[in-house]
Design a protein. Structure first.
Length: 93
């Protein structure tokens, strides 16, 4: 199964990336994920279920320890291990 995670950490600082945001990005960029996209208002990454879930665990623990007061995240199933789209798995093409 393939997953996509989207996340943001708070509080925001538009002048300089807070430590919790830097740590969260480092976790995602250092994980065995693909399609990683980091930005000032949201971040996304895709990968196998185990890799995404391990990254989310590390992201939450490290971002909170670095001062995040809120972490918003969404995890979506986007396909199976072969990359087949979730909609195709349900018989929709």
């Amino acid at each position: 199964m393939r997953l996509r995670v989207e996340f943001t950490t708070e509080p925001f600082d538009l002048d300089e990336a807070p430590a919790h945001a830097v740590v969260a990005r480092e976790v995602i960029q250092g994980a065995a994920l693909d399609a990683v996209d980091v930005g000032p208002f949201g971040n996304t990454a895709e990968g196998g279920a185990d890799e995404v879930l391990d990254a989310v665990d590390a992201l939450l623990r490290r971002a909170l320890a670095a001062g995040a007061t809120r972490v918003s995240l969404q995890v979506n199933v986007i396909g199976d291990a072969t990359g087949q789209d979730a909609a195709e798995e349900g018989g929709k093409k």
